[in-house]
Structure formats: structure tokens, C-alpha cells
Design a protein around this ligand. Structure first.
Ligand code: FRU
Length: 321
């Protein structure tokens, strides 16, 4: 059995669709409002779950887990979050037993998102009042997740990289206690201190366009070449409508592979870019964990880009597999 553990925050997203991005201190009427569960790791898991359910008969058995701080287990917010992963007739295959349910907290972390029809942009303002996970809490999770019977199983840990200092210590803990683990990190938020150090410790690094631009890179390949002083064997960078680049650093052949978002050139209608990067990560993790040998590097990258391209053409994450 392979275990894929995603460590990151969960949000309830309130999405306002507007004809164009508003001016500061103006009033603008939205054309739609929608509330749905969000958060980078939960979004990635929602997509991964679909891919894994489709593969139930495959030889590769993967158990996905979420490690996230959530409100009190009895709160309506947490019930809503957990039920957002199930489908009408099936329970979720995601293990939520290692989430940290914060007693006495009834409100989920919230994002308010302005989604502009004119440009397809999504502008996110969020608030998270839940106490953050500590390194000791993480260490106990590792202990309960990896029981003696489960020694010898494979573990892939993916960190959102929200609180880089904590994530870094968690990675050090894993390197000491489970040295065979694979570790990936997402480096998304521009100018957040500690993300360079975090990337330096991971096996796989996912860079966002906004991070790369904040470091002065003009494109994804420049980012992957510029940020290459790492232990990582693979680095990736997404670039919106231009697709993504990947660079495998372990093979001597370290050229960037580029995959365009829309190779056919046919016009696509952008409906919802919220979570496109999270969907790309789902597609890539799926390729890296479930199709190690039977998919080429190009196939893994183009699967992830294709999945993210399908995602932006629909609202939410349903029906992607
Ligand atoms: C999209 C998203 C939203 C969430 C926000 C958190 O990538 O995960 O669902 O509100 O980003 O930063």
C-alpha cells in the first residue's frame, strides 16, 4: 500500500462572479455567488480521489490522507467540509482521522474570492482563525499513521508550505524517522519568507507563476533553472494559459520539458480558474505515484496540464477523471 498524505489548510470559499474586477472603493453587482469547500490540499485531494476511484482495480493501491486543522468535529462547518468529499452514492476514500479538530472553534477558515469574467482572474482574500498545527502534533500524527504493521509501506508527504518554518521542521522529522519517504512541497505565495529553505529540502517542488514572477523570472523554465540549487529530483512550474514546465534534476539530462495548456490551439472558454494549480498538482502526484514506470515524463506532465486545462473550463472539480 502507498500512502499519500497532504498537509495543508482547508477553507470555505465564498466566490462572487463579477463582470470585471472592481475598482477600489467602488460598488459592483455580482452575477453569482457560490459557497464551496476549498483549500489547496483539499482541492488536490478532491481531484486525486476521482482519479484513484477510477483506478480501483489497478495494482497500485493508494490511500489518501488529509492533515489539516479543522473546526470542532461537531460543528456544522466541519460536517460540511467532510461531506464535500463524498459523492451521492459513495463515501470518500480520503482518511480524515489525522485532521486536527480544534475544540471550541466552530468557524472554518474562510476565503472571499472575486472571480472576474473579463479576465478569468481569481482574487483571493482569506482569513484563518484556527490554531495552526505544531511540530509536536505532526510528530504524533506520523506515529499514529505509521504503525509497526505498516512499516515497509510507502509514504509520500505533500506540504502546502503555508507556514514554512513549521513545514521545514516537519520535513526534518520525516527525514529522521522515515527516511524512505518522498516529500513534495508547494511554493505558491509570493514573497513568503522561508519558502526557499523549504524547497531546498524537498524531493519534488511545485512552483507557482506568482512565486516565480515575484522572484523576477519571465517564464517557467527560467524559474526552474534559477531555483535549481536543491536536493530535489524534480521541479515544476505552472504558467496559466502557457501550461507548465518540468525539470528532472537527477538524470544528467536536465533540460526543461514544456507542455502547453492548449496544444490544439482551439479556443477554450475559461470558466473557473480557482484551484487550477491544485488540480495540476493532483495530476502530477497521480502520475508520479501510480504510473512510475508505465508513463514517460512527458506523459506525466501532459496528463497534469491536460487535467488543469479541463478544470478551468468547468465550475468546481466534479467530473474531472
Ligand atoms: C485555491 C484555494 C482556494 C482557497 C485558497 C487558499 O487554490 O485553495 O480554494 O480558498 O486557495 O489559499
Amino acid at each position: 500500500m502507498k500512502h499519500l498524505i497532504l498537509v495543508g489548510a482547508c477553507y470555505l470559499d465564498t466566490i462572487l462572479t463579477v463582470p470585471h474586477f472592481p475598482e477600489e472603493d467602488s460598488k459592483l453587482r455580482a452575477t453569482a455567488i457560490q459557497v464551496r469547500r476549498g483549500g489547496n490540499c483539499p482541492n488536490t485531494l478532491e481531484v486525486l480521489q476521482q482519479l484513484l476511484l477510477k483506478d480501483l482495480n489497478s495494482d497500485v493501491k493508494v490511500r489518501p490522507h488529509l492533515v489539516s486543522c479543522l473546526p470542532d468535529i461537531g460543528s456544522a462547518a466541519t460536517q460540511r467540509i467532510l461531506s464535500s468529499f463524498g459523492t451521492d452514492d459513495e463515501e470518500s476514500i480520503v482518511d480524515f482521522s489525522h485532521c486536527l479538530y480544534r475544540q471550541g472553534h466552530n468557524e472554518a477558515a474562510s476565503s472571499y474570492i472575486i472571480r472576474s469574467r473579463e479576465t478569468g482572474s481569481r482574487t483571493i482574500v482569506n482569513y484563518n482563525g484556527l490554531p495552526e498545527m505544531t511540530v509536536n502534533e505532526f510528530a504524533s500524527i506520523v506515529e499514529t499513521l505509521v504503525t509497526p504493521q505498516q512499516q515497509g509501506e510507502e509514504y509520500w508527504w505533500h506540504f502546502e508550505g503555508r507556514i514554512p518554518e513549521t513545514a521545514l521542521q516537519c520535513i526534518h522529522h520525516l527525514r529522521r524517522t522515515l527516511p524512505e519517504s518522498k516529500i513534495s512541497v508547494e511554493v505558491e505565495k509570493p514573497n513568503r519568507d522561508g519558502l526557499v529553505e523549504l524547497a531546498a529540502e524537498a524531493d519534488v517542488v511545485f512552483y507557482s507563476r506568482s512565486w516565480a514572477e515575484s522572484r523576477g523570472y519571465a517564464g517557467p523554465d527560467a524559474c526552474l533553472k534559477g531555483e535549481a540549487a536543491l536536493k530535489a529530483s524534480l521541479v515544476l512550474c505552472t504558467w496559466g494559459e502557457q501550461g507548465a514546465c518540468a525539470r528532472w534534476l537527477s538524470s544528467g539530462d536536465e533540460e526543461c520539458i514544456h507542455c502547453p495548456a492548449n496544444p490544439s490551439g482551439r479556443e477554450i472558454t475559461v470558466v473557473d480558474t480557482i484551484g487550477a494549480g491544485d488540480t495540476f498538482i493532483a495530476g502530477m502526484l497521480y502520475g508520479l505515484i501510480c504510473h512510475i514506470e508505465d508513463w514517460t515524463r512527458e506523459a506525466k506532465l501532459s496528463f497534469a496540464v491536460g487535467l488543469a486545462t479541463r478544470k478551468v473550463q468547468r465550475d468546481g472539480f466534479a467530473g474531472l477523471a
